[in-house]
Design a binder for this molecule. Structure first.
Ligand SMILES: Nc1ncnc2c1ncn2[C@@H]1O[C@H](COP(=O)(O)OP(=O)(O)OP(=O)(O)O)[C@@H](O)[C@H]1O
Length: 285
């Protein structure tokens, strides 16, 4: 195979941005992930679906370093990834949480600024010593955070505390926070949970735009029970059941896979959101 010089890539399939190989996680006697391997191409949007308890959130926790796998390796942008939660921003990785997870004591703007982690000092501590450089960094970050709020049409809430706000607005704040540091990998954990159809449409448009964002696109992993959203925005879908990958394919392939139908989708799945055990979708925590 001819390999181009310099920074050019070969013309064969590009290396995946993220690759998980043989990931297993056990919590005591329970196997939450069992030899899970998957790949996420750069600029792609990959859905992770499966019934309640299938291991989806655990998978995100492994990628973010909140859970150490008992076996397996992760590579990110061609290097082995040994994730630590406090280093995620520097690694270009961000995540939204199922239960929103905003800081109740901070304003909306401060919550979004906090998404920059330690990449830029956000001033709560640094302002005490009032170094000009930290002032500048904070002003810059404040501007970036306001731009995200503007983009999501929630700038009017910048000075409010999140607990006072409608649920869809809080969801947008959480997304703005995840995007403030311009991540190259964005993990979305049930972003549509608790949203109505108009908000989900808006969310779908946003997710579709993520790989092409100005200033740097993001590769996306989406955990979601709303099948319509997954089928609309993902190029690849990975199906977990009892911690194992039972299918991987395009949305069309997944829809027609009998193993998936048996494990999770069932006849009701195309209508939206019916996990195997009948539990309601993950709405507001
Ligand atoms: N910290 C933990 N300690 C013990 N068991 C855990 C822990 N975290 C998850 N589990 C268990 O691991 C399994 C996978 O859970 P996980 O939350 O990853 O599933 P999920 O697919 O995200 O489910 P849901 O769709 O309900 O969010 C479940 O049986 C869960 O009870």
């Amino acid at each position: 195979m001819a390999q181009a010089q310099g920074t050019q890539r070969p013309e064969t399939a590009p290396d995946p941005a993220l690759a998980l190989r043989g990931i297993s996680v056990r919590f005591g006697g329970l196997t939450a992930l069992d030899d899970v391997s998957l790949q996420v191409p750069e600029g792609g949007t990959v859905g992770i679906i499966g019934p309640n308890g299938a291991g989806k959130t655990t998978l995100f926790n492994v990628i973010c370093g909140f859970v150490r796998p008992d076996a397996g390796t992760i590579s990110w942008e061609g290097r082995e990834l040994r994730p630590r939660p406090h280093r995620l921003v520097r690694l270009g990785i961000a995540r939204t949480l199922q239960g929103i997870g905003l800081f109740p004591g901070l304003t909306v703007l401060e919550n979004v600024m906090a998404g920059a982690g330690d990449r830029k000092k956000i001033g709560f501590g640094s302002s005490l010593i009032a170094l000009p450089r930290s002032d500048r960094a904070e002003r810059e970050l404040r501007g970036t955070a306001m731009a995200r709020l503007d983009e999501f049409k929630i700038a009017e809430y910048a000075g409010r505390k999140p607990d006072d706000l409608p649920y869809p607005v809080r969801k947008k704040v959480a997304l703005a926070r995840a995007l403030v540091a311009q991540p190259r990998l964005l993990l979305l954990d049930e972003p549509a949970g608790g949203l109505g159809s108009d908000d989900i449409e808006e969310l779908a448009a946003l997710i579709r735009s993520l790989p092409r964002r100005r200033g740097g696109g993001a590769t996306v992993m989406l955990v979601e029970h709303h099948m319509d959203l997954v089928m609309e925005v993902c190029q690849q879908v990975v199906v977990l059941d009892f911690g194992r990958v039972i299918a991987t394919g395009t949305p069309e392939q997944i829809k027609d896979d009998p193993a998936v139908a048996e494990a999770y989708l069932g006849s009701a799945a195309t209508e939206g959101d019916q996990p195997r055990d009948g539990a309601a979708d993950g709405g507001p925590a």
